[in-house]
Design a protein around this ligand. Structure first.
Ligand code: MN
Length: 736
């Protein structure tokens, strides 16, 4: 139990914190502003009373701390500070958005709404986070304040993460490194970014973090001494030249040292730039540039610069507003030392980002207008990252408008794809097999073709069919190397496979006309029909493009009349002896794709149409058909399983015909998938097209299928009817 004295002390503490917050606000804060902040504070205190954080502190400490970061570190306006104070009110208490609008304003309601939408990260699983992340990105264009307050919220949560269980620390920590630190970087909030990164590392890799922190501490004295030795002549020289300055020797962040160790595969001792010297000049705005370069020149009087490592972000500031001059010079003892030269104004921008930028740039204008300007600037910045500093962009993973897009699986998992990626790229990104059998995709609930270009925030579901195969035309719209390679290699495999079949067919065909199957004959055939290679010839035989007429033509033109006629006679006399010498392609089909291949009945069991049979690929005689109860069946199937072909009898008098089905139902996730599964996997029905439109959770679709007969169609209809969510199915005469 918390006794009365503690409560009183706590209340005093709350007031103390509130006063500190007010002091952190911009000096230009008006009485109106103060009134607004006070009102927000009072409501927050009342709403969160009796609630405590995991650490045992009163809950209100948290919103005050977030408001403090918003005011002090980010330099935000009174509206933002009020929103920071209120940021958890709608989420955690009985107050509604409507209440907020009534008590405050529609604008504040909107910001709180945005904050509420993207809160709850830590409470949900990874997939829900991704969904929230999407919402967060989508709110970017709404009001950047939402993102800034969210960053402040996250920073404070990270600062107080110690009291959370280990597992949560891990999760929140990695989320911070993945989402929030890059976001802070993008907005030019360097100090926030650095703190988020260090805290992120602390909670994701605690041992490594502690190790580096300890080593930094152990080497501190040596470092301070070195910095003194390094800066001593510089200080004297700068003074001689009447420059006003301060010099800091700053250790690099633990996170950046960790990154260097990892990227370069080196130990702590081997990271040479564990600190940077920063020279901050107190310069008049008009002298800034020349003062910085003068300083650079003075540094190089003492230390030799590495010309490859000169960075001039003064002439060309980074996209987020960062201005500074960086050089790396050879210091005492043969050590490379990074020196950053900038003015106080530049330093503040570097630390606080555009918040400070705006302060300098727009000084004099009406204050509220200034913040709007600043927000617009950030918005522009987010829209036009190409303006400069490409290197900076590459680091930014989350940019909606750069080279990457972010899309979601039906489970809410985040996938990164290059800009311009199609639905098919997505399918290949998930899994090669899924890409290879992709029929179409459902993007945000709507069926789209494979070539559909995806946008950030899209939720994509792949519709696949085992009957689908990679097509050459697919190469026209995939952009990822992965998809391209997989399609190409699959096309190549397919060609090889067909060519192999073709080779066997050709072998048989040649045998019938008594020509040897050897290199000589093959070469002659290749030359005669102007093929590029024997592979192309075999492929055409396999696909049936190269037919009996052509081979006869070849035989005839070889002037081998005798041979040819002899073959004719042989063929005629033996026709009735050799079963299926002129194979009937339309009686048996093979494999999952029901391909029509050349085959013959085996003599050992003499099957007849309708028998339960299987195909066996022989080495010399192509595909032989055996009965399932053939004496050899068991031996063949157990020893040569890979040569067994699945077979199916098809009625040659009854070709497949088109049937158009109109289905209606409740639009549930996976429903279309289920329907296509049933059609192609269970019933082995060929789908010709699917056209689905859905609105308000109801969908309406036309599926065109190929069926054998009425009976077949009835089975199809009966099976689709059983799918949960389907409300009606009927046959149509025309697809439109
Ligand atoms: Mn919060």
């Amino acid at each position: 139990m918390i006794d009365q004295i503690t409560i009183e002390e706590e209340n005093k503490d709350i007031v103390r914190r509130y006063k500190t917050l007010l002091r952190s606000c911009n000096s230009e804060i008006t009485r109106e502003d103060k009134k607004l902040i006070r009102k927000a504070f009072n409501l927050a205190v009342e709403a969160h009373k009796d609630v405590r954080r995991k650490s045992g502190e009163p809950y209100i400490f948290h919103p005050i701390a977030v408001a403090q970061i918003a005011a002090k570190d980010l330099g935000l306006d009174a509206t933002s500070i009020a929103c920071a104070l209120l940021h958890d009110v709608v989420e955690d208490t009985h107050y509604t958005l409507k209440d907020i609008e009534k008590i405050f304003s529609p604008k504040i309601r909107k910001i709180i709404d945005g904050l509420t939408k993207i809160s709850g990260f830590s409470e949900q699983d990874i997939s829900a986070q991704a969904e929230n992340f999407r919402k967060m990105l989508l709110t970017l264009s709404d009001d950047v304040r939402v993102i800034l307050i969210k960053l402040a919220d996250r920073l404070h949560n990270m600062q107080t993460l110690d009291s959370m269980p280990r597992q949560k620390q891990q999760k929140i920590g990695s989320e911070t490194l993945y989402i929030y630190a890059p976001l802070a970087h993008r907005l030019g909030l360097y100090s926030v970014k650095t703190e988020l990164e260090d805290l992120g590392l602390k909670f994701t890799e605690p041992e490594i973090y502690r190790d580096i922190a300890r080593q930094l501490n152990e080497t501190k004295n040596a470092r301070v001494q070195y910095i003194q030795r390094f800066t001593k002549p510089l200080k004297a020289s700068l003074k001689d030249h009447h420059l006003l300055f301060s010099i800091k020797g700053r250790p690099k962040s633990i996170y950046s040292i960790r990154k260097k160790m990892k990227n370069q595969g080196v130990s702590f001792d081997e990271v040479y730039d564990k600190f940077a010297i920063r020279i901050i000049l107190d310069s008049e705005l008009r002298n800034e540039k020349s003062d910085c370069w003068k300083t650079y020149s003075l540094i190089t009087d003492y230390y030799r610069p590495n010309p490859d490592r000169l960075r001039d972000w003064i002439s060309t500031p980074k996209a987020n507003g960062y201005e500074s001059l960086h050089t790396t010079v050879m210091g005492p003892g043969g050590k490379w030392v990074e020196v950053q030269v900038r003015t106080e104004r530049m330093d503040e921008i570097a630390e606080k980002g555009y918040a400070a930028h705006w302060k300098y740039k727009q000084a004099g204008k009406h204050k509220d207008g200034n913040l709007e300007d600043w927000i617009n600037q950030i918005r522009e910045l987010l829209k036009n990252p190409e303006s400069n500093a490409i290197d900076f962009l590459e680091e930014f993973k989350l940019n909606l408008f750069s080279k990457e897009i972010f899309v979601f699986t039906p489970n809410g998992d985040l996938r990164t794809l290059p800009k311009g990626a199609s639905a098919l790229d997505f399918a290949f990104d998930i899994h090669t097999q899924l890409g290879a059998t992709c029929l179409g995709c459902k993007v945000n609930g709507k069926i789209v073709p494979l070539s559909h270009k995806l946008k950030s925030g899209d939720q994509v579901e792949v519709i696949s069919s085992q009957k689908q195969k990679p097509k050459k035309s697919w190469l026209n719209f995939v952009v990822t190397a992965r998809a391209k390679n997989k399609i190409k290699s699959s096309l190549k495999d397919e060609k090889k496979r067909i060519a192999e079949d073709g080779k066997e067919i050709l072998q048989r065909k040649l045998k019938h006309i008594k020509l040897p199957f050897d290199d000589n004959t093959i070469n002659k055939l290749v030359n005669y029909f102007k093929y590029k290679s024997s592979l192309d010839l075999f492929y055409d035989v396999g696909t049936g493009v190269f037919n009996n007429m052509m081979i006869k033509d070849f035989a005839r033109n070889r002037n081998n009349w005798y041979q040819y006629l002899k073959n004719k006679i042989y063929k005629k006399t033996t026709k009735n002896l050799v079963v299926h010498e002129e194979p009937k392609f339309d009686t048996l089909v093979f494999g999952a794709n029901e391909e029509k291949l050349n085959y013959a009945y085996s003599k050992c069991c003499s099957p007849i149409p309708g028998d339960d049979v299987f195909g066996f690929t022989t080495i010399k005689d192509g595909i032989k058909i055996h009965r399932q109860d053939c004496p050899n069946a068991l031996r063949l199937q157990s020893n040569f399983a890979y040569r067994i072909l699945e077979t199916k009898w098809i009625d040659s008098t009854n070709n497949q015909s088109v049937a158009i089905l109109h289905i209606k139902g409740i639009d549930s996730v996976g429903l279309i998938n289920e329907v296509t599964q049933i059609l192609s996997n269970n019933l082995k029905i060929n789908i010709q097209s699917i056209n689905i439109s859905s609105s308000d959770g109801v969908f309406d679709g036309i599926i065109t299928v190929l069926v054998l007969d009425k009976k077949n169609l009835t089975i199809v209809i009966e099976n689709i009817k059983k799918v949960k969510g389907i409300t009606s199915i009927s046959r149509k005469f025309k697809s439109s």
